[in-house]
Design a protein around this ligand. Structure first.
Ligand code: PMP
Length: 430
């Protein structure tokens, strides 16, 4: 059966005349899927509705934003009330402090926090703070991790950049890129060797504690602890990029989940309750280098926007109710156990950590970016197109994560399992 997407196709044809590639972020383009993207009209809970009126169970969650589900009534109500009182002042509002206190209460590594408008800005600013604090330049990242699109972070990056197949994006001066070293993920020897030769130059190591932008690739045992130990030993800072894992892996994010305290944490997605927000925070002595307290400059007209702060605060307040994380963990474990049993019959593997997962069209569970590149991308695209016809919306790339969220019902997750089973049987013929 074909998916009826006449309105989506028309909307796309119109968009490409005015917006490069018809999209405002390349991962939305379905580039590797072999069909034009869907345009959406509305969403509620875990159901998305496209402009043709088709419904989908949402496992992409706006790339990890909607952990509570879409349009939660309490968040929506608070946002409407805030909008009616004015939306921006370019001056401080009490909402900023309210959200800051909530973030500091929930994330053990954060003593002080500053709000920005996207994950990219959060990471860009955290790296500047790390360089300003240490007086050093070199940044260490890992192949296949994505930390937003700031110049020095696009070296061997995951997510949409991975689909371009480029080591470095044109437009980034080589001189900038030389300030970043990208190492293979899960390779302790490579990290030790770099610290032994250039340890005194390293300002910071940045890592996604659960990489999600090459698909979900868990850190091997001891890898994150090694990063903590080496950064401490050499006087560099450890930055956990928790734009995806923050408030998801646990109340206190991945740092708390793994029992490792980074010096700085970057946040985004969930923290904005569906609005454009990012944040970075961490040790008080490090954060105090920021202007106007200290000399490191960073700013934003719409930073700490009261509407976004209100949405973020109510989202975190609802997530912080008793039992929410325990229920999410139980639901994810049960769903992922059943999903594993289905995919085990095919040349497909499941990587998961907590409620985050990726189906890799690969016989072996990938442990780094090179291995992910060995996936069967054609079969992934075929699977993906078949899954849409089953009414299930996964993240549209092999290099991305999917998420079990708080709003998914057992019934919806059962429908996802049926959809995956059917889509795999179209691809493999059994
Ligand atoms: N860091 C990570 C780990 C991310 O996954 C992303 C976006 N997917 C970013 C940073 C950049 O966030 P944004 O797209 O909001 O700029």
């Amino acid at each position: 059966m074909e998916l009826l997407s006449k309105q989506s196709k028309q909307a796309f044809e119109e968009a490409i005349r005015y917006i490069p590639g018809g999209v405002n972020s390349p991962v939305r383009s379905f580039k590797s899927i072999g069909r034009s993207p869907l345009f959406f009209e509305k969403a509620s809970g875990s159901v998305l509705t496209d402009v043709d009126g088709n419904d989908y169970i949402d496992m992409c969650n706006s790339w990890g934003v909607t952990l509570l589900g879409h349009a939660h009534p309490e968040v929506t109500e608070a946002v409407i009330a805030r909008v009616q009182k004015g939306t921006t002042f370019g001056a401080p509002t009490p909402e900023e402090t309210l959200l800051a206190k909530k973030v500091i209460d929930m994330v053990p590594a954060i003593d002080m926090v500053r709000f920005v408008s996207s994950g990219t800005e959060a990471v860009m600013s955290a790296v500047r703070v790390a360089r300003g604090f240490t007086g050093r330049t070199l940044l260490v990242k890992f192949d296949g991790c994505y930390h937003g699109h700031a110049d020095h972070l696009l070296v061997d990056a995951g997510s949409g950049v991975a689909e371009t197949g480029e080591h470095l994006t044109p437009g980034v001066p080589r001189e900038f890129a030389q300030c970043t070293v990208s190492l293979p993920f899960n390779d302790p020897k490579a990290v030790k060797a770099l610290f032994e030769t250039r340890g005194e130059e390293i300002a910071a190591v940045i890592v996604e504690p659960v990489p999600a932008n090459m698909g979900v690739v868990p850190a091997g045992s001891g890898f994150l602890q090694l990063l903590r130990d080496l950064t401490t030993q050499y006087g560099a800072l450890l930055i956990f990029d928790e734009v995806i894992t923050g408030f998801r892996m646990s109340r206190g994010g991945a740092g708390q989940y793994f029992g490792i305290t980074p010096d700085l944490v970057t946040l985004g997605k969930i923290i904005g309750g569906g609005f454009p927000v990012g944040a970075f925070g961490g040790r008080r002595d490090v954060m105090e280098v920021l202007a106007p307290l200290g000399p490191v400059y960073q700013a934003g007209t719409l930073s700490g926007n009261p509407v976004a702060m209100e949405a973020g605060y109510h989202t975190l307040r609802l997530l912080d109710q008793p039992g929410v994380y325990e229920d999410l963990a139980r639901k994810a474990e049960s769903f992922l156990g059943k999903l594993r049993a289905i995919v085990d019959r095919y040349p497909v593997t499941l990587n998961s950590v907590g409620p985050m997962f990726t189906l890799f069209f690969h016989k072996k569970n990938p442990t780094n970016f090179e291995e992910v590149k060995g996936c069967d991308f054609e079969n992934f695209a075929w699977f993906y197109r078949s899954l849409l016809k089953e009414g299930v919306y996964f993240s549209p790339s092999q290099y991305e994560a999917n998420f079990v969220n708080v709003a998914h019902t057992e019934h919806q997750l059962r429908l996802v399992l049926i959809g995956v089973q059917r889509a795999l049987s179209y691809v493999y013929g059994y």
